[in-house]
Write a protein that binds this ligand. Structure first.
Ligand SMILES: Nc1ncnc2c1ncn2[C@@H]1O[C@H](COP(=O)(O)OP(=O)(O)OP(=O)(O)O)[C@@H](O)[C@H]1O
Ligand SMILES: [Mg+2]
Length: 271
């Protein structure tokens, strides 16, 4: 969207939770697709050595010669790394298993926490005029995740509506606080999104009640239902929004995008 009043640079959102399998990648892909559907220009940064977001968007392993690893550790230019996807307006910086050694390689570098921050602020990025950058983090609070938090304006936390969902959140919040103190004073919590919600399951309702009571306003009104179409979509190399555009999962991710945009409008007015 070319809006001359838009502040320079994209909004950068890290999608993080060190717990595995809570819906980080699914949320990153489908929120990115929902924003692109609205005409925004979106870059998805796959920061997970598992490369699930890259696979889910149909990037073949042989097309990942240049990857997020090169952005971090090889001074690669964005234009040499990022690829268009089947979704109009959505680009990806793909990941492969090269990233699994990145944590160890980063440790010895003085700028170890700032590499993604710097990569996303290359002058190159202006030419793409991205509105949003969404970073799919690995399931750990490693240096890769810290790089995402240092690069980002905000952190979006998917929370699976299952037993023990809130366990581990305090450690995540502690990491966010440490990043604020050391490297990124303005880092915000974008919100907490309940995923794989099952209305027929008392446990889902209990987790929702607990999350809203404990975390308050930061929990999105929107919840992502457990929906088989959402889980099938990656094997067709598509976001669910394209795989089954009228599914409950698609509608939920559109609603999440709308809620997020509305919150940004309020925040921009205030700020
Ligand atoms: N709303 C949903 N309905 C049904 N299945 C879902 C939904 N969201 C995610 N899943 C499934 O749950 C599994 C875990 O989701 P996903 O890969 O997004 O989690 P993750 O947090 O990225 O995992 P990891 O920590 O390994 O990176 C996947 O098989 C995915 O298809
Ligand atoms: Mg993942």
């Amino acid at each position: 969207m070319s809006d001359p009043t838009r502040p320079p640079g994209p909004k950068i959102i890290a999608v993080a939770n060190q717990k595995g399998g809570v819906g980080k990648t699914t949320t990153t892909i489908n929120l990115a697709a929902a924003l692109a559907e609205q005409g925004f220009r979106v870059l998805l940064v796959d920061l997970d050595p598992q490369g699930n977001a890259s696979t889910g968007l149909g990037i073949e392993p042989e097309d990942r010669k240049h990857s997020t690893y090169d952005l971090l550790l090889d001074d690669a230019r964005l234009k040499d790394v990022i690829l268009p996807t089947a979704v109009a307006g959505l680009w990806i910086s793909p990941a492969n298993s090269d990233l699994s050694s990145a944590d160890m390689e980063l440790v010895s570098l003085e700028k170890r926490s700032f590499l993604l921050h710097d990569a996303l602020r290359q002058p190159d990025i202006d030419a793409f005029a991205f509105d949003y950058v969404l970073i799919d983090c690995p399931p750990s609070l490693s240096l890769l995740t810290v790089n995402a938090m240092v690069a980002a304006h905000s952190v979006l936390v998917p929370l699976q509506a299952e037993f023990f969902a809130l366990e581990g959140l305090s450690q995540l919040m502690l990491t966010i606080r440490e990043v604020r103190q050391s490297a990124n004073r303005l880092l915000r919590i974008e919100g907490v999104i309940l995923t794989m919600y099952d209305v027929r399951n008392n446990l889902s309702q209990q987790v929702e009640a607990d999350a809203r009571a404990t975390l308050g306003e930061i929990v999105f009104r929107t919840m992502i239902p457990r929906n088989v179409r959402v889980s099938e979509a990656p094997s067709y190399a598509l976001p669910v929004l394209q795989y089954d555009t009228a599914s409950r999962g698609s509608e939920a991710y559109r609603a999440l995008a709308n809620e997020l945009i509305a919150r940004h409008l309020v925040a921009d007015k205030k700020g």
